[in-house]
Design a protein around this ligand. Sequence first.
Ligand code: GLY
Length: 379
Amino acid sequence: MPEHTSDVVVIGAGLIGLATAWRLAADGIQVTVCDPTPGGQTSNVAAGMLAPVTEVEYGEDDLLALNLASNDAWPSFAAELEELTGLSAGLHRTGTLSVAYDVDDAAALRRLADYQRRLGLEVEELSGREARRREPLLATGVSGGVWVPGDHSVDNRQAVSTLLRAVDLSGVQLIRERVTRVITRGTTALGVQLANGDTVHADHVIAATGPWSSQLDGVPDELRPPVRPVKGEVLRLRVPEVYRPALRHTVRATARGFSVYLVPRPGGELVVGATTSELGYDTRVLAGGVFALLRDARTVLPITDELELVESIAGLRPATPDNAPVLGPSGLDRLLWATGHYRNGVLLTPVTAQLLADTVRTGTLPDLGKPFLANRFTH
Ligand code: GLY
């Protein structure tokens, strides 16, 4: 069976795996990426919000620092990709408007805005009328809002296509095969075995394996990170010309206690997401999920009823017990993790790629990545 060799083999061609491969190749490192369906899983389903401020959670300070660093890195990451490929990286700088529907929703939004301000984040509280001035098609029942100028979005599908072009132009070898196991000798990773029987031998193995990370054969059970799949259903709607742009900004809403977000794309698509369910690897789109998303979207944006429903899809977020990613050394020599990005995979793509490339180059995970080592779950 053919044996390939490479400096680095990356398992998984989602945004994280592709961006990491591209960064490494830019450093002159020979890279092979293995994935039967590049960009075809979580990166295809995501809505693509860059939401370090609007998705901040109480008590997640290390994660906030990483999220902000990656948000800051997105413009230059996108510019570099665009310069290399001549294609858009999909970055859409719109800011985000968070809105509340009833009085309880407004109280929760105000509490969150207080917390965001205490963290030094840029937020501006708005009345319902001021929120509608920014987004005239919002329901008259919207009772208040918070304007977050620094939270933008990325068309994740566009970013995948552009990264595929970038890795191709950078000499990365893409093998469209499933990795069946990591090949090891003693406590050292030597490469990967593929489903077609081929092997790839490499000095480093990077597992960008998302929701499947805890299942990676060849890695001893005690070193597999506790990453679990969390299902999300997402809808894609088409806005007719007469209503464009239905929204100018990403809109996040709490409507009678339920959360929904609406992410406009420049071409007239509106992405509505997302449900959150713990159903293992089930990616069926359930009627109840579609119902809930449409119910909440039309509460805050009544013209939702007039939009064409072009796609309903479900994907799996790679979640960890503390909602933060797993980066760098794995406990098995020469195997590095780039996984567990949960709700922030698109946002964390530039910083993850840079941290992993630095780790391969220097042998050390930079300080920004240290809180996210896999061993935090075992020590
Ligand atoms: N970050 C959006 C989501 O996970 O649904």
